[in-house]
Every structure is written in structure tokens, then in C-alpha cells.
Design a protein around this ligand. Sequence first.
Ligand code: BDR
Ligand code: CA
Length: 313
Amino acid sequence: MSQPRKIIIDTDPGQDDALAILLALASPELDVVGITAVAGNVPLALTQKNARIVCELAGRPEVKVFAGASRPLVRPLVTAEHVHGKTGLDGPVLPDPVMPLQDMNAVDFIVETVMNEPEGAVTLCPIGPLTNIALALVREPRIGGRIREIVLMGGGYFEQGNVTPSAEFNIYVDPHAAATVFSAGIPIVMMPLDVTHKALTTRARVETFRAMGTRVGTAAAELLDFFERFDEEKYGSDGGPLHDPCVIAWLLKPELFSGRHCNVEIETASELTLGSTVVDWWGVTERPKNALVMRDIDADGFFALLTERLARL
Ligand code: BDR
Ligand code: CA
């Protein structure tokens, strides 16, 4: 096997973030050089703690976890306890973490890692609001030319929004950060709602996790039991969208996804459509193609991958 791909997961766990972290830690093709927490689904004090809870659940207490921004760049923080519960990881009873939080700030860690690793070595995987990534780009713009790729969960085009009619949560929470990231000239792979709304945690899929009979399988099932209840009611579907693990799955098996290169701009001015991702899917402008925007997923293949990997932990 070639050298594992170095990634930094920037996250606001969140049950679906937790599954993304577990998938990454279970996969030898990936070297998780650090996990950086950001405020999003719940405040920073909880997201950094949750990231450590998940590392310990995976049996990986040596993974470095850093805390970053406690609020978006410009706007006040909007959280999503109505989806994820008070802790962000409601569902299973998981022990408080023993592993330490790193002293270094997450933004400094991102800058230092990208500057110290060889050019093109580090992939960023943001699965929360983009505040930490934008701050890192402002702190040290030279990282822009050194990052291999940013693979992120955020936005929506055909599916539009999930927190407002036209905006997806991660982009809505910090649209100014998103605008900074999408205009930085870094190769971006975007996993929007158009993909994640097809990756549903159906009862059968959740029961497959539970049937593993392992600590991780049981915890995954219990996390999803809690997580899907809100979306099942909202969408009337069997299961909820498993957003964030799509990012990690793309790194492992890109053939599960399809999409096209487009221009993506972020709305930061309109109150009505704040945080919407304006995707030039049909190529009706001359604006530069700044992102590979995914549209479809082989959902059965995705859940098969997730099941196979979680069983290794
Ligand atoms: C995104 O928002 C969060 O609630 C999820 O963790 C995911 O990253 C989906 O809109
Ligand atoms: Ca998330």
C-alpha cells in the first residue's frame, strides 16, 4: 500500500461527525494527523470534548485533538441541539474522555502542519462550519498553495438548504468563513445535501451496525437512533442523512460518488438567502470552476464500506 494520506479533520461533533471520525480512524489508507474542533452543532467546549470521546471510543487516545474557534468570524454562533441533543452526542452513554486536549490552538496547528509537511501532503476535511480553516488561511495565506485538497461537507444546490430554505447548516453558521475558503484557489471537493440526502440511515443499516455486537457497533447504532429521529420527522423518510462520513468515504472510495467541476460562490449579503451555495452547475457564467461538486452516491456501497470499517475497531 502507498503511504497513508495525511488528513486533518475539522469538526463539530455531532453524531454524524462521530461516524466520520470513526471511519477515518478505522482506515489504514488515512493518517489522521490531528482533529481540530470548531463551534457548530454545539459550543466549542462540547465539540472538543466530543472529539476526544470519539477517539477513545475508537481506542485511539493518542490522536491529537485541538480546540479552535468558539464563534463564527462575523455572525453570532447558531447551534443545533434540536438535532444533536444537549451534548451534541446524545444517544449512547459514553465515558468522559481521559486523553488530553492539546494546548496549541487548532488554527495554529493547521498552519504549522501544512507549513511543515511537504507541499501537497496535507488534505483538510472540514465537516463543520469553516471558521478554523478561514482563520488559518488569513493567518498564513501561504498554506493555500500547500494544501493538497479540501474535502468538505457543506452546501446544497438541487436540495437547497436544511437550516433555512436555501442554506445548509455548516455554510449558514459561518458564511464569511465559507466565502474565504471557496475563494482561496485551493482544490475543493464539496459534499452537499444533494449527496447526503441520499445516504439515509435506514433501520436495516442501523441494525447492521448494532448486530456487530462490538462496543463501536453498538455506540454507532445508538448515536444514529438518536440522530435520525429529527430528520425522519422532518423528511418523512426511513432514516436521516448521514452527512459527514461522505467526506471520509470519498477519500477511501471516490468511485462511490459522482459530480462535476463548477463555480461555487457563497451568499454573504442577503438576509433571506444567507449562506446559500450558488453552484453554476449548468456553466452559465465564466466564473472559475473552484470546486468538484458531488451530486450522487452509491448509498449501499457507502454503508457497506462504513460497516466493514467500523467492524475493525
Ligand atoms: C451538517 O450540519 C451538521 O448538523 C452535521 O454534523 C453536518 O456536518 C449537515 O448540514
Ligand atoms: Ca458536522
